[in-house]
Write a protein that binds this ligand. Structure first.
Ligand code: HEC
Length: 204
């Protein structure tokens, strides 16, 4: 395993391709036997992955590439081969509304004020976010717009960014209804955080 993906063909006389580069860690001595079906599996301790410098833990936002190296035969005799490589990305913990989303709605944007300053009780769309954070969350999650432009759309559909009006309006230069927001400026927050929050259930 390694955090670097690279293709090396037929390394060390093997008949396959090594998909790992950089510092490669191995479960030395951990020889496994395949089942009758030819498959093999192995549990991996993510807090202690082997590396040339001792064991290390997988950290949020790391990508690790895993591959088996196995014995094989070929018409010319005994050889070795490699399984397909498997890249695994470790996500950060799921963002919450209070920890990840509310601070973005309350911060100034580029050429625009903070979302919550425009979106008060008198906002023409009816979307009022100038309230306590838990109420702002409730005004968005599973809540339906009643505005002239976007009425009928749901602001945040948990697990489904593509169906969420808030995500469309922030990420799409030509949203399904109305204009891109923030109105008159550029969103200074993290679209990825918003997407991850929705994908993980849009929790308070
Ligand atoms: C300068 C004032 C202003 C700022 C700042 C602003 N908005 Fe808006 N927002 C508007 C106006 C005006 C509309 C209506 C325009 C439209 O329909 O596209 C709107 C529409 C919306 C809508 C659609 C509401 C609906 O029901 O149709 C959402 C969602 C929204 N804004 C969220 C935000 C978020 C999130 C931010 C901060 C990143 C933000 N807005 C910043 C003025 C603002």
């Amino acid at each position: 395993m390694s955090t670097t993906a690279r293709a090396t063909f037929f390394p060390g006389g093997s008949s396959g391709s090594l998909c790992l580069g950089g510092a490669i860690g191995r479960y030395a001595g951990g020889i496994l036997t395949t089942r009758a079906t030819g498959t093999v599996s192995m549990a991996v301790d993510l807090t202690a992955l082997p590396s040339p410098n001792g064991s290390v833990a997988a950290l949020p936002e790391d990508t690790w590439v895993f591959q088996f190296w196995h014995r094989d035969t070929s018409p010319t005799g005994v050889t070795s081969d490699f399984s397909p490589g498997l890249g695994v990305h470790f996500n950060d913990a799921a963002p919450t509304f209070l920890g990840g989303i509310w601070p973005m709605l309350a911060q100034p944007n580029v050429n625009a004020t903070a979302c919550i300053l425009c979106h008060d009780a008198n906002h023409p769309t009816g979307l009022n976010m100038q309230v306590a954070p838990n109420l702002a969350c409730a005004a968005l999650v599973n809540a339906t717009s009643t505005s002239p432009n976007c009425g009928g759309s749901t602001y945040v559909v948990p697990l489904d960014p593509a169906s969420s009006l808030l995500f469309d309006k922030l990420s799409n230069p030509t949203p399904a209804c109305g204009v891109q927001i923030p109105f008159g400026g550029t969103f200074a927050g993290g679209i990825d955080v918003l997407r991850n929050w929705i994908l993980n259930g849009a929790l308070l």
